[in-house]
Design a protein around this ligand. Structure first.
Ligand code: 7GP
Length: 754
């Protein structure tokens, strides 16, 4: 690859003369052409990973890495005076996902391709993501997040299916994005169904509102369209059925083309459903087999039952989908009828009302998936234990053999080689390059007392902080304090993740500094995340954080020592710039509520030390790094489960503790309130003092103590760097290559292609 020569051929100018936008176009065409040439991973049996979300992030750097062209490209660009990071700013990040489950799906398809497993991601080609977040008056506002640019990575597969709904039918159009494996000669695809009759003009320029009843024109407009009303809920069911009907038709068509006679479909295809959104693929496949291919109902049920596996990502009740049967009857009477038959079959077999599929007129999607799939897994050891022992216990009692744990993972291509190339090079120097294929970086442990290596790690962290500073400056004009410790909580805003608890700590720290206790070094606390538009308290929490940030910045006694930054429109690109720079990883969910978390793994791999509750995958991180290299606090999962069970948590009693009351009441202190939105702040205050459903006050005192310990330990430079090193060294377990190998060995049983 000679970029200068290509530039002269294509643009009649040298590489040095191109602007960054044109360099981007050039690189993208080089990468697209190379990936187009790669054959698909092949094999008799294929996996279809169906997911409502794929939060894939920008692809240029990732694809350069996977094609083995990254170093070359970077060097040629540098020689011509270009910086790859700057060039990449010209790429629009695809908006096909929003949170943990979507990012996990993206890491998984990367690992599947890397392991040479024949299988594709299957989802929808949303024209608009969840929303573009903007802060106005210290509040979240939502703008349409259009990202589609037909010059981008999407390829038209020239494939269409008809999807029949109750009262009309539509035609789909299949696009795909190549998914490259690390230094692999073959590829997979992310296959995204769109609607032929889609109409972007339904979406106004400055709002995410649109006509939800125009189904023929809006089905693939938005990821998770607002479902606060009946039309919105119906639209989601329409979307889900559109997704799985296309997926099922594709699966059957491709299996037949590989020689399947459909009685043996399970030998040709396996389906992993990412949470319950794609559950209707079960009745849809049964429909296709019985209606279009004359297979008897009982046989169709047993075929499908041996090829669908379900992953659960949350125990939060509001996320466990239950759709009114009447919705399904409207969307697809045929699917509703099949679900009723399946429900009758389970009723005949099991008496327990808790395990039925249709309960009080609502279809419990997880129940359908467990009865009529062959596998259900949780995403971290603790999460799986909670599923087995409490949330889904009645199902575990019936089908213990279907349950298993698959602790989540992250792709090291994006979350180390791509976002922290300096650290990757240091690992190469110390360990050789084998880790790039195995994910095993444990060899680093032998350098735990090597001052030179520790100093190199420190220098890499400083450089990453500079990248982050430039990013925040460019992105939102924020100026990070010089020499500060960087303490980060980035994830969707939700009460169970307890951003509000970190905000209360900040109030404590603010008052402490006001009292003359000046920290040893400045502290920069960074938040990032979106709040669902219908989730009022989550938006109140954003408002508190932003108001507090401004309040502190305007107080000359405190501003030099403490700073709060909230990243606007946090996304994968921002994560790639922030995570390598972090010293502290905040994983402070109420124990039992965070199924796994995956940012905890990304931070660890990049040398941040975790401050956490014993929740999700934090449990496994703690086991790996040992007590000296992690900071844990707070009530245990068992204690929390008990508090919910006996209803004995009393927020007001905690509030009345003097140390806590002072902090919570700061929110409604008249001077502070005057700088913000009184209604939002009052509501948040009242919620914390009377309800506090996710128990932020329960762990607050311990949290404050532990945070102070973290900051003071940071000052022992050598001790801290050693903790950082141990965290990196022990992160190998969290490579998504390991996770996917487990899915394959224990659930999918695919033959890797050569
Ligand atoms: C998330 C979980 O909250 C997170 O703990 C986990 O790491 C991640 O899935 C991947 O397993 N869940 C979701 O994103 C989710 O439930 C529902 O979304 C729409």
């Amino acid at each position: 690859m000679n970029l200068d020569e290509l530039s002269r051929q294509k643009y009649g100018r040298s590489l040095a003369e191109l602007d960054d936008a044109t360099v981007y176009q050039l690189l993208m065409s080089v990468v697209s052409e190379k990936s187009a040439e790669l054959p698909l991973n092949a094999g008799k049996k294929r996996l279809y990973y169906i997911s409502a979300e794929f939060l894939i992030g920008k692809l240029l750097t990732n694809n350069l890495i996977n094609l083995g062209l990254y170093d070359e490209a970077k060097q040629q660009l540098a020689e011509a005076g270009h910086d790859l990071n700057k060039v990449e700013e010209n790429e629009v990040e695809p908006s096909l996902g929003n949170g943990g489950l979507g990012r996990l799906a993206a890491c998984f398809i990367d690992s599947m391709a890397t392991l040479g497993l024949p299988g594709d991601g299957v989802g929808l080609n949303y024209h608009f993501g969840l929303f573009h977040q903007k802060f106005v008056d210290n509040q979240q506002t939502t703008m349409p997040d259009g990202w589609l640019d037909r010059e981008g990575w999407l390829r038209d597969e020239n494939t269409s299916f008809t999807v029949e709904f109750g009262s009309f039918s539509v035609t789909s159009k299949l696009f795909s994005i190549d998914v490259l494996g690390y230094e692999r000669p073959k590829k997979n695809r992310l296959r995204l169904f769109d609607l032929e009759s889609i109409d972007d003009s339904l979406v106004p320029d400055n709002s995410i509102g649109f006509d939800k009843t125009e189904l023929k024109k809006n089905l693939t407009l938005f990821l998770y369209p607002d479902d606060s009303d009946r039309n919105g809920q119906l639209l989601r069911v329409y979307q889900q059925y559109f997704m799985v009907s296309n997926a099922a038709q594709l699966i059957v068509k491709e299996a037949i083309s590989r020689g399947c006679n459909l009685h043996d479909l399970a030998e040709y295809a396996v389906i992993q459903i990412n949470d319950t959104h794609p559950t209707m693929v079960i009745p849809e496949l049964i429909r296709i087999l019985t209606e279009d291919h004359d297979i008897a109902f009982d046989e169709a049920v047993s075929i499908v039952r041996s090829m669908v596996a379900y992953t659960n990502h949350t125990i939060l009740a509001e996320a466990l989908e239950k759709w009114p049967l009447e919705f399904l009857e409207e969307v697809s009477p045929k699917i509703a009828a099949i679900i009723k038959k399946l429900d009758e079959l389970t009723r005949a077999e099991f008496d327990d009302p808790a395990v039925q599929i249709i309960i009080d007129g609502k279809v419990h999607m997880a129940h359908l998936a467990i009865h009529y799939g062959y596998s259900i897994n949780g995403v971290a050891a603790l999460h799986t234990k909670i599923l087995e022992e409490s949330e889904l216990k009645p199902f575990y009692d019936i089908y213990p053999e279907k349950f298993s744990n698959k602790t989540n993972g992250i792709t090291f291509r994006r979350w180390l080689m791509g976002c922290n190339p300096e650290l990757a090079v240091l690992l190469d120097t110390l360990l050789g390059t084998e880790w790039r294929h195995t994910g095993d970086v444990s060899g680093l442990l032998k350098f735990a007392d090597d001052d030179e290596v520790l100093e190199q790690l420190a220098a890499i962290k400083d450089d990453a902080k500079q990248v982050m500073r430039d990013f925040l400056k460019f992105n939102q004009g924020a100026q990070v304090l010089d020499g500060s410790i960087v303490d980060v909580q980035v994830k969707r805003i939700h009460e169970y993740k307890r951003q509000q608890m970190l905000a209360l700590y900040l109030i404590w720290k603010y008052l402490d500094i006001k009292n003359g206790n000046i920290p040893e070094r400045p502290i920069t606390v960074i938040f990032g995340g979106k709040a669902a538009p219908a989730y009022v308290i989550a938006q109140d929490i954003i408002h508190l954080i932003l108001t507090l940030g401004e309040w502190i910045a305007n107080d000359p006694d405190v501003a030099p020592y403490l700073q709060v930054i909230m990243i606007e429109n946090y996304n994968v690109t921002a994560a790639e710039r922030i995570i390598p720079a972090a010293d502290i990883s905040e994983q402070i969910s109420l124990a039992s509520k965070e199924a796994s978390g995956t940012s905890n793994m990304k931070f660890m791999l990049n040398g941040a030390v975790t401050l956490c509750t014993i929740d999700g995958a934090n449990v496994e991180i703690a086991e790996l790094v040992g007590d000296d290299n992690i900071y844990t606090f707070g009530a245990s999962s068992d204690e929390v489960v008990k508090l919910y069970a006996d209803g004995s948590y009393n927020a007001h009693a905690y509030y009345l503790k003097p140390g806590i009351k002072l902090l919570v009441d700061f929110i409604t202190n008249p001077q502070f309130m005057a700088t913000g939105n009184a209604e939002r702040l009052q509501r948040l205050h009242d919620d914390l003092t009377s309800k506090d459903w996710f128990m932020a006050l329960l762990d607050l005192e311990e949290y404050i103590q532990e945070k102070e310990l973290v900051y003071s330990d940071y000052e022992d430079r050598k001790l801290w760097l050693k903790k950082s090193l141990v965290n990196i060294a022990m992160a190998g377990k969290f490579s998504s290559d390991r996770t996917i190998a487990e899915y394959n060995d224990e659930i999918w049983h695919l033959q890797a292609d050569k």
